[in-house]
Design a binder for this molecule. Structure first.
Ligand SMILES: [Mn+2]
Length: 449
């Protein structure tokens, strides 16, 4: 479906939920030292959802399905540096706006409008000034708007699904390039360059800072300075984003030399079993927290078989013993953002009346809702040996009998393994959006030659 028609439908749906005007700002890129030398621009996601196009220094007002674009045309002088940029009139036509005005006209339209705070501080201050109120914490109409947006953005329309599939396709070829190149690379930085090079070559950007590391136990490691040793595993968590802002999110873990050691392979297969079991159970009507528990249970079963955990899987999961090795959640919402809608805190991830459970095994669970058709979620179980967790004296004492600490020592060459795919919940079950990237250990080894 065309972008313009999709945007019209989104506005129409919003108008069915709320009966007051709303304004969204796109934001502007912060400058590094002087205004023309700026960080890459990424439009605010709520703006993108309704405006469709990543236009800097712009705003839109929506009122009962009617759309107005506010933006200044660039000055003739700026063409010397930037060339001709699209005119407001043309942008307005592309998004199907009913009217379009210069940016200064916005003041007349924000009076009774609700809005949502955006990330860049400069624009946030401008929002508060124009609206004549603090936007945080969310309250009154802004909070009603947040709930309405969550209702819309939780379940994706066809246009969004297709965008995410496009992003996923490029991510898959990027990961394949990284897997194939790894045995010939000397550093994490070189592997990252191959993966991101593929994304850049498709005129896409990264949806989040890439993780390409041999220190997989550092969950969000953004350092790429490490040299590769043949016995290392590389954990690559990289996702492309389309020019219209839709994200993908994939993780693969593979051996530098192209062959898993026996111990690496053992743990890899346990993580993969958890990954496959969770994807298999993704259906509308299922509690995502049950998927999280299932992942932990399959992981615990595997670790018992390997002589790392001791006892019964269900009992160990009740005690959160598996979380010693899998301390994060099984996944999250995916959409315009990689942790979609998390600018609204847990409002989107947690159903009404639910809050994060204080349990060790649940504290980083980002999504606690009943799955509905149209939701896109990630499934990303992992196994990590985090020194800060495994050497923690309280944990050592509490889980003394749950872990075979000597048995664990055999697996010293496994620092971190994560396997992550993106899955659409459908009317009848689910559809993996990243199926063409191998996850079996033998397939990965074959790809590496
Ligand atoms: Mn993820």
């Amino acid at each position: 479906m065309m972008l313009t028609e999709t945007l019209r439908q989104r506005r129409h749906k919003l108008a069915q939920i709320i009966d007051f005007p709303v304004v969204f700002w796109s934001g502007k890129p912060p400058s590094r030292n002087f205004p023309a030398n700026h960080y890459p621009f990424r439009a605010n996601s709520h703006f993108l959802y309704f405006a469709g196009l990543p236009i800097p220094n712009a705003a839109i007002q929506i009122d009962g399905g009617n759309l107005i674009l506010f933006k200044d045309d660039d000055s003739p002088e700026s063409a010397l540096w930037q060339g001709e940029t699209p005119k407001r009139r043309d942008l307005a036509a592309q998004m199907g706006a009913d009217q379009h005005y210069s940016f200064s006209e916005l003041s007349r339209f924000v009076k009774d409008a609700a809005t949502l705070p955006i990330q860049d501080l400069g624009t946030y201050q401008q929002q508060c000034y124009e609206c004549d109120r603090d936007l945080l914490p969310l309250r009154d109409r802004d909070l009603v708007l947040a709930q309405a947006i969550i209702n819309l953005r939780l379940c994706h329309d066809d246009f969004a699904v297709n965008q995410i599939k496009e992003a996923a396709k490029v991510s898959i070829s990027a990961h394949k390039a990284g897997i194939t190149a790894a045995p010939h690379c000397r550093s994490e930085a070189q592997v990252r360059a191959v993966i991101e090079g593929e994304i850049i070559a498709h005129n896409m950007t990264c949806a989040y800072p890439s993780i390409v590391t041999t220190r997989g136990e550092i969950l969000h490691n953004e350092d790429y300075s490490g040299e590769l040793s043949p016995d290392d595993l590389i954990l690559a968590d990289v996702g492309a984003e389309t020019p219209l802002g839709w994200a993908s999110d994939i993780t693969r873990t593979y051996p530098v030399k192209g062959r898993f050691s026996a111990t690496q392979r053992d743990i890899y297969d346990v993580v993969l079993a958890a990954h496959d079991a969770c994807i298999d159970k993704l259906h509308p009507g299922v509690e995502y927290s049950d998927i999280h528990l299932l992942g932990g249970t399959v992981l615990a079963e595997g670790l018992i078989d390997l002589g790392i955990l001791r006892g019964k899987a269900e009992d160990l999961v009740d005690l959160d013993a598996h979380a010693l090795f899998f301390p994060h959640g099984i996944g999250h919402l995916l959409g315009l953002d990689v942790h979609d809608l998390e600018d609204l805190g847990d409002l989107a991830g947690y159903a009404a009346g639910r809050t994060r459970r204080p349990r060790f095994g649940f504290q980083y669970l980002r999504l606690d809702r009943v799955l509905q058709p149209g939701m896109i979620v990630t499934i990303e179980p992992g196994f990590y040996q985090v020194p800060g967790i495994l050497n923690n004296t309280e944990f050592r004492e509490k889980y003394q009998d749950c872990v075979d600490w000597e048995g664990l020592e055999k697996f010293a060459d496994v620092r971190g393994i994560r396997i992550e795919d993106d899955v659409l919940v459908t009317e009848t079950g689910s559809e993996v959006l990243t199926p063409d990237l191998p996850s079996q250990a033998t397939e990965i080894e074959a790809l590496m030659g």
